[in-house]
Design a protein around this ligand. Structure first.
Ligand SMILES: Nc1nc2c(ncn2[C@@H]2O[C@H](COP(=O)(O)OP(=O)(O)OP(=O)(O)O)[C@@H](O)[C@H]2O)c(=O)[nH]1
Ligand SMILES: [Mg+2]
Length: 295
């Protein structure tokens, strides 16, 4: 399941193991591990923590096998990610996807719908990107391919109408979860943020406490430093409950991927690592650390 991430991280952890199995003293080992991690863009404090703790644990351990080093690494990574909350998939939710232009909202909406269907649930997608007919076509075409119903209303450019009617329709048809794809909006544009707030409010009204509305921000790893600003701006308008990180396959150094997860100010719902509609995994930090370091 995590084969992509494993491939990205594996050479790093493999090299760390090689350092341990080599014939050098503790100080040199620690320095080499620290260097290995910082060269791959791990945060300095994280690199220091991993190298310090690993040296300490191994020093007091009679079993110096590669398997043992993997176990220690897994635990150290896990404690690093421990403060990050997770948010798990629930069938009866309304997933309200927001984000800046091109971050991967529509692709992720389909991925999420396929994930739900794979669990035996009956998702419905709402095409609430009413700015562009092409955006609705994109969702509709995918829905047709994977036999997932898509609610769209070509008679209106008003996303609130589409969302309201779409949710009512899903409730009548007993579809759940409901996944709402919204239009991309730049985080510096106040009017667009006010609009998404309005659409969110209508979503809450239409849900009538029958379903939990889960606003999720879709974050593109390639956006680098602007990510924090994006989150902050959106949070002023919508009480985001989690994030999905996309494009993790974009060839970033392992440390950048790890830092992004490590620094997340909101619970992580899932990770996307490709354009294919199955390339989404729910985020489970224990599993993640295990897969990264396993033999
Ligand atoms: N490599 C890679 N590409 C992705 C991923 N997710 C989405 N993409 C690609 O990113 C591009 C934009 O994806 P969309 O899903 O259309 O993005 P969007 O946020 O809906 O875009 P707008 O509606 O225009 O704001 C497409 O070419 C997708 O195939 C991912 O996890 N990895
Ligand atoms: Mg879109």
């Amino acid at each position: 399941m995590f084969s992509f991430f494993k491939k990205t991280f594996d050479s790093t952890f493999q090299k760390i193991k090689e350092v341990f199995l080599s014939n050098t003293d503790q100080r040199e080992k620690k320095q080499k591990i620290y260097q290995l991690l910082t060269e791959r863009n791990f945060k300095h404090s994280t690199a220091e923590k991993i190298s310090d703790q690993l040296i300490l644990l191994i020093k007091n351990e009679s079993d110096q096998s590669s398997k043992k080093i993997s176990d220690f690494l897994e635990n150290i990574l896990f404690t690093t990610l421990e403060p990050i909350q997770e948010i798990t998939y629930k069938k009866d939710s309304i997933y309200f996807l927001v984000g800046v232009n091109g971050s991967g909202k529509t692709t992720t909406a389909i991925k999420l719908a396929r994930f739900a269907k794979g669990k035996g649930d009956s998702p419905l997608l709402i095409a609430a990107d009413t700015f562009r007919a092409a955006a609705q076509d994109q969702l509709q075409n995918m829905g047709n391919i994977y036999q997932i119903p898509v609610y769209r209303d070509e008679t209106t450019q008003n996303a609130t109408t589409t969302v309201f009617n779409g949710i009512k329709n899903a409730i009548i048809e007993r579809c759940s979860p409901i996944i709402i794809d919204t239009a991309g909006r730049i985080h510096q544009n106040e009017n667009l943020l006010k609009e998404i707030k309005k659409i969110y409010r209508v979503t809450l009204n239409a849900a009538e406490e029958k379903k939990e509305v889960v606003p999720i921000m879709i974050i593109d790893t390639l956006q680098g430093k602007s990510i924090e600003d994006q989150l902050q701006q959106f949070l002023e308008y919508i009480p985001l409950k989690g994030i999905i990180i996309t494009k993790m396959d974009a060839g970033l150094k392992p440390g950048i991927l790890f830092s992004l997860i490590e620094k997340s100010p909101l619970p992580i719902f899932g990770l996307c690592y490709g354009e294919h509609t199955t390339e989404l995994i729910p985020f489970d930090k224990r599993e993640f650390c295990k897969e990264m370091t396993k033999e």
